[in-house]
Design a protein around this ligand. Structure first.
Ligand SMILES: Cc1cc2nc3c(=O)[nH]c(=O)nc-3n(C[C@H](O)[C@H](O)[C@H](O)COP(=O)(O)OP(=O)(O)OC[C@H]3O[C@@H](n4cnc5c(N)ncnc54)[C@H](O)[C@@H]3O)c2cc1C
Length: 335
């Protein structure tokens, strides 16, 4: 276990914000985590992964906990599927690559998403028509209140769009230690989202590896590399509005992208709404909107979390004013 005081967090958040944590603790086993919680942590407590969806407004006055629990174990296997139990500290994309190398399918559409395994369950990460929650069988976690271990079944995790019980009623209550994924050994791919099929190319062989390569290519062209330019990916979620509201907007903006949801409402494209308000590739001081993707707010260097938050509020107001649609943040703001 590693423990530090007044710890620099710049390498632990992809916005590259220059903040410090009063305490930073990295644990390598579940037992270490249970012990350190039982011994008492100075509050407040924040659990982080790779910090790719965090916006720090200030130095963090309490304890930042980081999982370095590694390891991938096949816990069940049949002809058609397998269950893979993975330590929460493993890099998400290394897991995706590992599963594809082993001929296991399910995670390929989620290639190249920054972050770690623990957060895949908290955030229910998603891309190209697939969400991690679709494949999660169970989540093991440790309670921050008493250091006790608990298992959450798939249903108990209450996965929904970029959301789970760990981001809602159990927010900041549990540390995810292991996630178990149900993967396929028989091909069954999702290519019907975005331009995935056209990037692979008609007539070309479709496999988990070719899907991964196509996703990597598309993402590279569209999203900033956190090692080069600070961001947290999509700052906002795609808003879901009533069917009535969507129909009204479509009368004025017939070209507006829209998708029916299972509950009879309509999902809109936050990127399109922001673009229509003229934000793409705009910059104010060190903060701006990424040139290839209006959903991504970037730190061109030296921005504070508050400056980024203020900028995001301006975007929200203009979308609200023009379309009467309220954008919700995907990024976790840490006060
Ligand atoms: C360039 C870029 C592209 C992105 N593209 C996508 C995308 O396509 N799809 C998508 O869904 N997301 C995307 N994201 C967002 C981000 O990658 C995901 O939200 C990711 O899951 C965050 O992982 P993390 O380990 O960095 O978590 P962090 O940002 O450190 O934390 C995120 C949340 O999870 C909690 N948390 C983290 N680890 C644990 C744990 N072990 N136990 C309990 N709570 C925990 C934190 O408290 C916080 O609330 C992108 C981000 C960037 C920078």
């Amino acid at each position: 276990m590693k423990k530090y005081s007044t710890y620099p967090m710049q390498q632990h958040n992809t916005f590259g914000l220059n903040v410090k944590a009063a305490q930073f603790i990295e644990f390598e086993t579940e037992e270490e985590l249970c012990d350190v919680i039982k011994a008492g942590l100075s509050s407040p407590v924040l659990v982080i992964g790779a910090g790719s969806n965090l916006l720090f407004l200030n130095d963090y006055k309490g304890t930042v906990l980081h999982s370095a629990i590694m390891g991938v174990t096949v816990v069940e296997e049949t002809d058609g599927h397998l269950l893979l139990r993975v330590g929460s500290g493993m890099q998400w994309d290394s897991l995706v690559e590992y599963t594809i190398q082993n001929g296991w399918q399910g995670l390929e559409n989620l290639s190249a998403i920054p972050g770690e395994v623990g957060a895949s369950a908290v955030q229910n990460v998603g891309a190209y028509g697939v969400e991690a929650g679709d494949l999660i069988e169970q989540v093991e976690a440790v309670s921050l209140s008493d250091g006790g271990k608990r298992r959450f079944t798939h249903d108990e995790c209450r996965f929904s769009y970029r959301n789970s019980i760990f981001k809602a009623e159990k927010k900041n209550k549990y540390v995810v230690t292991y996630v178990t994924y149900r993967l396929r050994k028989i091909p069954e791919y999702r290519l019907d989202y975005g331009n995935l099929r056209s990037v692979i190319g008609d007539g070309n062989e479709v496999s988990a590896a070719t899907i991964r390569k196509a996703v990597q290519e598309i993402r590279q062209a569209k999203l900033p590399d956190p090692a080069v330019i600070g961001s947290a990916g999509s700052f906002f979620m795609n808003p879901i509005v009533s069917d009535e509201h969507a129909k009204k907007l479509l009368q004025t903006y017939p070209q507006m992208p829209h998708y029916a949801t299972a509950d009879g409402r309509t999902k809109l494209s936050a990127a399109w709404l922001i673009d229509q308000c003229g934000w793409k590739n705009r910059q104010h001081g060190p903060v701006g909107v990424y040139k290839h993707q209006p959903l991504v707010i970037v730190n061109h260097g030296g921005a504070t979390g508050q400056e980024i938050l203020d900028y995001s509020m301006q975007i929200c107001h203009s979308v609200e004013e023009k379309f009467g649609v309220t954008l919700s943040r995907e990024v976790n703001v840490i006060e």
